[in-house]
Design a protein around this ligand. Structure first.
Ligand SMILES: [Zn+2]
Length: 52
């Protein structure tokens, strides 16, 4: 499942919903929106392509 931080907009994958953002530590974790999920997947793909 994908989650996103409302404060710093960090998107990450997790099996269970964490209370705190792993990036900024704030209690602002929400379920990622479809747009955020798409951006996350695009970012991951581009990173894998550049890792040459
Ligand atoms: Zn955050």
């Amino acid at each position: 499942m994908l989650f996103a931080c409302k404060e710093c907009l960090y998107v990450f994958e997790s099996k269970i919903k964490p209370d705190q953002c792993p990036d900024c530590g704030k209690y602002a974790v929400r379920k990622a929106t479809e747009q955020q999920a798409a951006e996350y997947r695009a970012y991951k793909n581009s990173k894998e392509c550049k890792a040459v």
